[in-house]
Design a protein. Structure first.
Lengths: 114, 119
């Protein structure tokens, strides 16, 4: 079955410290992976994607993610967290079964403290 | 680029009435749009896939007669919640797939969401 797991409900980090939000996936075929961010009462904003190519993908707002095929992971990272990064983060994988649906993880709330 | 709008952003309606939510791709054409429902502090639940010029494909457990979807043009999809009840109160979000010059880009671009409250 196709699935995405975000093992942490919440991640707490101090401003200026590096952050990691974890994501693992299970999908048949080559994975198309995505990260989105959601601010309160808003839709989701696209951060970055991995389709093919370099395992380290750079995205918006200084975020990057590393694709690791052997560990079936696609962790989101940022070298130096900002308070404004506090939001809900979703990892997603394209459902290969049709229509390019996205399968979302449960979401991880990131709290960056001053 | 790749902006998706939703209207209205908030709506309050009485139980038994119908509510229509519009989703528009503003600067690109979207042959496929998606409708999601999000409960508080929960992930997104895909309700249906909306294809321009054809019937929507509903996910298992979603009542197609209750949640009517119409995708009449390449830039507009509508979701109508018919005979709304308090349990239909939720945050509804649409998204659209964009196509780059080389074909589909695969990521979805999301609207800002519509908060529906049924009293």
């Amino acid at each position: 079955a196709q699935s995405v797991a975000q093992p942490e409900d919440q991640v707490n980090v101090a401003e200026g410290n590096p952050l990691t939000v974890k994501c693992t996936y299970s999908v048949s075929g080559n994975p198309y992976l995505f990260w989105y961010v959601q601010y309160p009462n808003r839709g989701l904003q696209f951060l970055l994607k991995y389709i093919t190519g370099d395992n380290l993908v750079k995205g918006s707002y200084g975020f990057e993610a590393e694709f690791n095929k052997s560990q079936t992971s696609f962790h989101l990272k940022k070298p130096s967290a900002l308070v404004s990064d506090s939001a809900l983060y979703f990892c997603a994988v394209r459902d290969p079964r049709g229509y390019n649906k996205l399968i979302f993880g449960a979401g991880t709330r990131l709290a960056v403290h001053p | 680029g790749a902006v998706v709008s939703q209207h209205p952003s908030r709506v309050i309606c009485k139980s038994g009435t119908s509510v229509k939510i519009e989703c528009r791709s503003l600067d690109f054409q979207a042959t496929t749009m998606f409708w999601y429902r999000q409960f508080p502090k929960k992930s997104l639940m895909l309700m249906a896939t909306s294809n321009e010029g054809s019937k929507a494909t509903y996910e298992q457990g979603v009542e197609k007669d209750k949640f009517l979807i119409n995708h009449a043009s390449l830039t507009l999809s509508t979701l109508t919640v018919t005979s709304a009840h308090p349990e239909d109160s939720s945050f509804y979000i649409c998204s659209a797939r964009a196509f780059g010059t080389g074909g589909p880009t695969y990521e979805q671009y999301f609207g800002p969401g519509t908060r529906l409250t049924v009293t």
